[in-house]
Design a protein around this ligand. Sequence first.
Ligand SMILES: NC(=O)c1ccc[n+]([C@@H]2O[C@H](COP(=O)([O-])OP(=O)(O)OC[C@H]3O[C@@H](n4cnc5c(N)ncnc54)[C@H](OP(=O)(O)O)[C@@H]3O)[C@@H](O)[C@H]2O)c1
Length: 235
Amino acid sequence: MSVLIIGGAGGIGSACANQFCAEGHDVIAVSRSTVSGLADEVQQQHYNGEESGIAELCQRWVAQSRQFRHIVIATGVLHDNTFAPEKRLEDLTDTAMQRVFAINTQLPLLWLKHLIPLLSGKKPVTVAVLSARVGSIGDNRLGGWYSYRMSKAALNMGLQCAAVELARRAKQCKLIAFHPGTTDTNLSKPFQANVPAEKLFTPAFVAKRLASMMHAAEADGQLSYLDWDGKPIPW
Ligand SMILES: NC(=O)c1ccc[n+]([C@@H]2O[C@H](COP(=O)([O-])OP(=O)(O)OC[C@H]3O[C@@H](n4cnc5c(N)ncnc54)[C@H](OP(=O)(O)O)[C@@H]3O)[C@@H](O)[C@H]2O)c1
């Protein structure tokens, strides 16, 4: 079967590409740059990180009559060299909020927009989008991390809207908002100090969990918000 990984340079994205490849699937990993550390059999494709690049790739796959069985959207940001997660209201900046929202909320939804022709066929397709437990409003007792939390809560709402629409337009498509747990990647690096060793997952462990969850998933017209253990997360 064919599997599409978006965000192939990321810690979790690259581990997912390698996991599905090790299972013998035909894997395309999409990234803005060439990635080292991917299995030789993984086919790398590139885009500019913008909607024009997304549209170009999706049109190419449609023209090639590609059928993906699983699609993982593993893009996201928590910090970069210009901003860090906010601890208090005074830390909020317009620039950081817009940037985090653009990458965490808008980008995955723009991917879904252009993937529609590849989701609406007669064969089953499972789409997992990397969300985060901190996007849960019900689970938020610690506060902080405003932009990241808001962007993931908004992502979940966008995915719920998409699930309602896809139940009509793409009946064979199953949508999952996935929380990987704290995973040892560049994204979590600065925040790992207080994480007990047994709660810091390797990307390979998370990729294995996600792959088996996706193999078992069935289209039901619903968005599932699930953690790495397959347990539902409150909205
Ligand atoms: N690591 C954790 O503990 C953890 C916990 C909860 C949720 N998550 C979520 O899991 C997902 C993957 O995170 P990760 O830990 O694998 O992080 P990572 O190693 O930093 O990877 C980040 C990914 O995001 C993409 N990305 C970043 N900035 C982008 C931009 N401006 N335009 C397009 N793509 C951009 C990168 O795409 P390219 O391939 O194009 O470079 C890369 O694939 C994120 O959504 C994150 O919120 C992670």
